[in-house]
Design a protein around this ligand. Structure first.
Ligand SMILES: NC(=O)c1ccc[n+]([C@@H]2O[C@H](COP(=O)([O-])OP(=O)(O)OC[C@H]3O[C@@H](n4cnc5c(N)ncnc54)[C@H](O)[C@@H]3O)[C@@H](O)[C@H]2O)c1
Length: 281
């Protein structure tokens, strides 16, 4: 018997990166997966969003685990679209136990230089989208009367905000405030609410030249190999000398938070960052 046999999880940003990895680990542990990812690209980021083929590939990978997948295109900024996917997924799978609030975007700029649309897109996706997700999903957990687990993806940047990404820091700090509020409001119903706060994770969000230049401004065209060097800025910020975590490292924490092994853990903003926050503080 796996840790999540018979459970159903809803995952946002499921087409690739950490969201796909979370969905696969949850499925390997026995959960059926409802999920969404964007129908259209977002133009204020410096890297492309997932496409329909990525979503289809995630669905195939889930099917290979033997679990069921109900994945659709929907934007977390669109509450009605989210409700349609979640409601139809719950009709198909019969219940909802776990929500993984993972979809997010990243863009760069000094706080006072940020374009209004750049600011707004990050707040809309990373903070309002997170609230939409729990607003659309939590009623289904409640209806089951069995408790459940909500896991937000915030960021180490929420715990120790670096310069150059004020909008991202503010949105993710807001996610942690939302998480703590919900932990108290939903505790009486045995619905636990926590957040994972990753340091750098090797996904499309950071595996691009523009993000690398934030860390290594002295290089005109910083490569992934530059970032992996033992003395690179990526490595030096962490207590454990690695440049980044892998998605699976975050997924293993997500599975723990989703399972009954963490049954009295709620309201926690958990850093998973190779010691980045502690070393920087
Ligand atoms: N990669 C890192 O270093 C890092 C560090 C800390 C936190 N995070 C957070 O982890 C989460 C996952 O990011 P990732 O690293 O897997 O990057 P990613 O870009 O590979 O994945 C993000 C996914 O979210 C989707 N998405 C974006 N906006 C959406 C929207 N409005 N509606 C629905 N789907 C949307 C994208 O299409 C993509 O599939 C994000 O919340 C991110 O902020 C990432």
């Amino acid at each position: 018997m796996e840790r999540l046999d018979g459970r159903v999880a809803f995952v946002t940003g499921v087409a690739r990166g950490q969201g796909r990895s979370h969905a696969l680990r949850l499925a390997e542990e026995g959960a059926d997966i409802i999920g969404v990812d964007l129908p259209l690209d977002i133009t204020t980021t410096h890297y492309p969003m997932a496409v329909e083929d990525d979503l289809a590939e995630t669905a195939e990978l889930i099917a290979k685990t033997g679990r069921r997948a109900h994945l659709r295109q929907a934007d977390v900024r669109d509450l009605r679209a989210l409700r349609t996917v979640i409601d139809s997924g719950v009709v198909a799978f019969g219940r909802l136990d776990i929500v993984v609030v993972n979809a997010g975007i990243f863009s760069l700029g000094a706080a006072l230089d940020l374009d209004e649309q750049v600011w707004q897109d990050v707040i809309d996706v990373n903070l309002t989208g997170a609230w939409h997700t729990v607003k659309a999903a939590t009623g289904h957990i409640r209806a089951g009367g069995r408790g459940g687990s909500i896991i937000f993806t915030a960021s180490a940047a929420a715990l120790l905000p670096p310069p150059g990404i004020a909008h991202y820091n503010a949105a993710k700090a807001g996610v942690n405030a939302l998480m703590k509020t919900l932990a108290v409001e939903l505790g009486p119903e045995y619905i636990r609410v926590n957040s994972v706060n990753p340091g750098n994770v090797d996904t499309a969000m950071i595996d691009n030249e523009t993000t690398r230049r934030l860390f290594m401004p002295e290089l005109e065209h910083p490569t992934k190999q530059d970032a992996e060097k033992p003395d690179s800025a990526y490595v030096r910020v962490n207590a454990i000398p690695i440049p980044w975590l892998e998605s699976i490292d975050i997924s293993n924490l997500v599975v723990f938070l989703a399972s009954d092994q963490s049954r009295y853990l709620t309201g926690a903003a958990i850093p998973i960052d190779a010691g980045y926050v502690l070393k920087k503080a």
